[in-house]
Ligand binder design. Sequence first.
Ligand SMILES: CC1=C(CCC(=O)O)c2cc3nc(cc4[nH]c(cc5[nH]c(cc1n2)c(C)c5CCC(=O)O)c(CCC(=O)O)c4C)C(CCC(=O)O)=C3C
Ligand SMILES: [Fe+2]
Length: 399
Amino acid sequence: MSAPVNTELNPITERGRMAPKEYDAILLASFGGPEGQDDVIPFLRNVTRGRGIPDERLEEVSHHYRAFGGISPINEQNRALKAALEGELAARGIELPVLWGNRNWDPYIPEVLQEAYDAGHRKILTVTTSAYSCYSSCRQYREDLGMALVDSGLDGKLEVDKVRQYFDHPGFVEPFIEGTIAGLAKVRAELTEQNQGGDDKIHILFATHSIPTRDAEAAGNSSDEPREFAEGSAYVAQHLAAASAVMDRVNAESGSETKWSLVYQSRSGAPHVPWLEPDISDAMEELAGQGVRGVVVVPLGFVSDHMEVVWDLDTEAKETAEKLELAFDRVPTPGTHQKFVAGLVDLISERTVANNIAARPAMTPLGPWYDVCRPGCCANFRGEKPTIAGADSTVGSVA
Ligand SMILES: CC1=C(CCC(=O)O)c2cc3nc(cc4[nH]c(cc5[nH]c(cc1n2)c(C)c5CCC(=O)O)c(CCC(=O)O)c4C)C(CCC(=O)O)=C3C
Ligand SMILES: [Fe+2]
């Protein structure tokens, strides 16, 4: 039996909380990726539709995929995550099917929503494979779900909500803590073996996707209730807060204060448009110049070991480290770590009437993040589109 829950909660006045509901399906929403050489260009066209990415950049990125046989690991990783979620839900006696839909590749979100409706589902709770707040990692999902409802004529017939961004949920952070402790031990052992020094010669690099600074400024903010964030951006603030939550535990375990910083990767877009910096490779060069002998790279911005991880970090950043003669270890992403899977089911259970979990854990002072994004949150300068799961959303609910 689950405890009685307050279903009268006002989503806007209760700091963006949404009252628990009787959902009838979970949607695992992700990015999508190509599954063969013939998919690469159509996939890249889907991703960059109307986004002003130069052709040379697409050409360059296509080589990353081509080197892996045209197959991104992301779809297989999402199939595994879907299966793991199904297993965890079943183990807890929660009878909710898990659907899977992508923004940029088959199975496409609009088709999945239509099939869900045809199968009789009416209230869907979305979990995305994206933990932070910014246009690309939150609002674009909300828009794509909103557009799918409008285009299919399902708006007003199908309720679609989303769990809160989970950058500081223990289920997301704990696997990084474990991985960083293990990665630090490996790099420490390597330096000791080569007589290169101790933890004072090691630097921990928390890596995330760069975004345009303009998107960073709009991230997580609201047109009617602005909040102040470190370095002017919730995207940056969330990463810094999650990283310091990881470092508190890593330092406690090692008994030393290992230096760390937040760095960015996978920049695209036109060269004159400012994006978040420093780039991971530039940061490694600077650190090597300062006498650092080893780096532990923590892919804090990512949920699974997809192309941005296996190419940009395991291939490019690793090569840079070799060139600079830095010991290098890349920490795993949460993937299907049991704590991550259980954490996602906890996030689902915060929102359901049956099996409700009242606690809303957050490991940073920034959270727990909003169930319902505030008005104008993560707005994009390319114009307004219908979104779900916002205080100003016009779609996704049923009167
Ligand atoms: C914040 C963020 C995340 C993390 C949050 C999340 O996970 O959602 C993320 C994830 C991902 N990004 C991915 C792939 C791509 N992203 C691109 C382009 C862009 N990403 C951006 C941001 C992000 N991206 C931005 C601001 C652009 C510029 C164009 C635009 O504003 O849209 C491009 C176009 C070419 C290029 O510019 O590189 C590709 C191919 C894949 C799939 C990997 C695989 O296939 O395994 C994943 C998981
Ligand atoms: Fe991306």
